[in-house]
Design a protein around this ligand. Structure first.
Ligand code: ATP
Length: 292
């Protein structure tokens, strides 16, 4: 039997870091939004007795380091279901190491797909508990929409999704290490924090302008993404109401009032950048595309 699932990328509409938690993780305050850019994960039951992962791009490890592999292993360990064998095929559309949670989206898609394939009827909470063991962003990707993520990123509160408009995402070619980004934060002499309370109020009041004014990412103070200035300028010149980096970067996004401005920005950006995406906000983190 087969099951095909879409796992959606995320953007950080707000990313602030409050300090370090007793177990060493950073305490974060993030507003995360699922967007329509998605990987497609196909799960096929086999009788090989093994879990295998294949991916349509070479840069992604397909062994036990792969988040999809880890999610499937954790699913079988937690449920105690017998493992006749499983082939996982990942079609990547979400650029990796981009601050868009591509690996987490794949893990979330695997958990949703296996739950469907085996009809376990596990609660969303129990499935998210498995996801949490794979990575801090996985529970968000399992649930999706617009959420406030606190503590180590796994304490989630669903928020109403304001109608913000089309989003253009650009992934410049440079790479950013998330570990280096946190080290830069830890060693920074001064950090300008974000207007977290104001942002939450703006979201709850559906105050679009208030949201645009407060969108921000504390990592922009420490992470050098040389292309960021150019990308933001093109987004702004074409009518973006706000621009921001997502996660620890290097992806940068802008939100527009209308599709035609967003399309013009995409055309101009494509002259200098190969990875430019016109997206919409999504109300969920995963979607079953083909049921068994
Ligand atoms: P985040 O926003 O959560 O920090 P990211 O966009 O920075 O995520 P990912 O796309 O998840 O980063 O990839 C980070 C690294 O994880 C990759 O460079 C790759 O080596 C590894 N990885 C393992 N499994 C996957 C997967 N299924 N998809 C993408 N990368 C994976």
């Amino acid at each position: 039997m087969n099951c095909k699932v879409a796992g959606y990328a995320k953007l950080n509409f707000m990313l602030d870091i409050l300090g370090t938690l007793p177990h060493g993780y950073h305490e974060v305050y993030m507003l995360m939004q699922s967007i329509s850019l998605s990987d497609t994960v196909t799960l096929t039951e086999t009788d090989s007795g093994r879990i295998t992962v294949k991916c349509d791009i070479d840069a992604i490890p397909t062994d036990e380091r792969n988040t999809a592999f880890r999610a499937a292993t954790a699913f079988f360990e937690t449920t105690g279901l017998p493992r006749p064998g499983l082939d996982i095929y990942i079609e990547k559309a979400i650029p990796h190491a981009a601050g868009l949670a591509g690996g987490s989206a794949d893990a979330a898609a695997v958990l949703a797909g296996l739950n469907e394939l085996y009809q376990t009827r596990m609660s969303e909470r129990a499935l998210m508990q498995i996801g949490r063991g794979i990575g801090a962003d996985v529970p968000f990707c399992q649930s999706g929409g617009l959420m406030l993520a606190q503590y180590d990123g796994t304490v989630l509160s669903a928020l109403p999704t304001p109608a913000l408009g089309p989003i253009v995402v650009v992934k410049p070619d440079c790479a950013v290490s998330t570990a280096d980004a946190f080290t830069a934060f830890d060693t920074a002499e001064r950090v300008r924090h974000l207007d977290r309370g104001g942002m939450l109020r703006a979201v709850m009041q559906n105050d679009r302008d208030g949201i645009f004014q407060r969108i921000g990412n504390v990592f922009e103070q420490f992470i050098d993404v040389p292309e960021r200035v150019v990308i933001k300028a093109i987004l702004r010149n074409n009518g973006a109401r706000c621009t921001c980096m997502s996660g620890s970067g290097p992806s940068v996004f802008g939100i527009f009032d209308n599709r035609s401005d967003a399309e013009t920005a995409v055309s101009e950006l494509q002259r200098s950048f190969s990875r430019v995406y016109l997206c919409d906000p999504m109300p969920q983190g995963v979607r079953i595309l083909e049921r068994p």
